[in-house]
Design a protein around this ligand. Structure first.
Ligand SMILES: *Cc1c(COP(=O)(O)O)cnc(C)c1O
Length: 347
């Protein structure tokens, strides 16, 4: 990120952009020509997806069982969509039968779901939603903010039409860009759109004209963030994307065993867990804020707590990128054990 900053129309910058797009296709698991890194964090990608693919007045079905599903629904509302929500308690997934029943009843034009729901630690099987949605002729948007770079998404195989993500989670980069991809079918849909997307800054047609072809100036890309993303993706390529996914899975399995050995329980049912974002129940009688404060102050480890209906009930523990190693797991488990016992550790 300390490399010299070139201009936003410099040929070198577009070489960097090309490398970023190529490697993003690999981590997304797609051959989609349409891949961009939107300027802004994950929420900018979310707003790009909603404002470009959900026209005002369109029926928009959102599957939500957590905080980020609610955010998508809220964006749909602000963009004038007719939002219908399929809701379940935080921590659950949607079965194919449930998704089919809802979609058949509501007949939406666009459907959205969260692949990895960061507020709960739940992983949703994309095909359980894409299959019934496609059968009803609807397009599918997936929030892959927490999953990209951490676990396989396999956009093409899973039938996701539009996906967005961020740089600061599974890709282990600084925050600032939102990798977005859209299928050829979604792009056709976009071209057929009758009205301009209401947010000029996130208009994918204008963004395409900037990054491709004649490189017509639209906005100034955050050059430094592209350098960071390029390096983050190169690190993934060096390790091998499948090897990285396997490493995350391996240490997740080990993590679960260690929690069990400490008498702790996972919040999410086995089979529905995000390997890179582990949610552990706060044991009875334990003050989660105090434990997290001790972890940070005595050991320099930051984990998150639950919020909304899960406030005080779960710990949210990231195990991704350079953190997913035996050494880090040993370090963390030892520290957690001490903090749960309430004993200030010796630094
Ligand atoms: C973090 C997150 C977002 C929002 O991303 P920001 O980078 O904070 O804007 C959206 N969806 C999910 C699932 C997330 O985890």
């Amino acid at each position: 990120m300390t490399a010299p900053i070139v201009g936003h129309l410099d040929p070198f910058f577009f070489e960097v952009v090309e490398a970023v797009h190529r490697d993003l296709r690999t981590v997304y698991g797609t051959a989609n020509p349409f891949v961009f890194a939107i300027s802004g964090t994950g929420s900018a990608g979310m707003e790009t997806a909603v404002s470009n693919f959900v026209e005002p007045g369109a029926k928009f079905a959102v599957f939500t069982a957590g905080f980020f599903g609610d955010r998508i629904a809220e964006m749909g509302r602000r963009h004038g969509a007719r939002v219908v929500r399929c809701e379940k308690p935080w921590g659950e997934t949607f079965s194919e039968a449930e998704a089919a029943e809802f979609i058949d009843r509501e007949r939406p034009q666009v459907v959205a779901f969260v692949h990895a729901e960061t507020s709960t630690g739940v992983l949703q099987n994309p095909e359980w939603i894409t299959r019934p949605a496609h059968a009803a002729g609807a397009m599918v948007i997936a929030d892959c903010v927490t999953s990209l770079g951490g676990i396989p998404i396999r956009i093409d195989a899973s039938g996701i039409d539009v996906a967005f993500s961020c740089t600061q989670k599974g890709l282990s980069c600084p925050p600032g860009l939102s990798p977005l991809t859209a299928s050829p079918r979604a792009i056709e849909w976009l071209r057929a759109r009758k009205t301009d997307p209401p947010i000029w800054y996130l208009d994918l047609k204008l963004i395409t004209d900037y990054y491709e072809g004649q490189h017509r100036y639209h906005h100034t890309a955050p050059i430094t963030m592209f350098y960071a993303l390029r390096e983050g993706l190169a690190a993934i390529r060096d390790e091998g994307v499948e090897q990285r996914f396997a490493r995350h899975q391996r240490w997740h399995v080990e993590f679960v065993q260690r929690m069990r050995a400490m008498g702790l329980e996972m919040y999410v049912a086995e089979g529905n867990r995000i390997p890179t974002l582990n949610t552990v129940r706060v044991p009875e009688g334990v003050n989660d804020v105090r434990v997290r404060k001790l972890l940070l102050e005595e050991h320099g480890i930051e984990i998150s707590g639950g919020f909304g209906p899960l406030a005080g009930k779960i710990f949210r523990i990231g195990l991704m990128g350079p953190l997913a190693t035996k050494d880090n797991l040993d370090f963390f488990c030892e520290a957690l054990e001490k903090c749960l016992a309430g004993a200030p550790a010796v630094a």
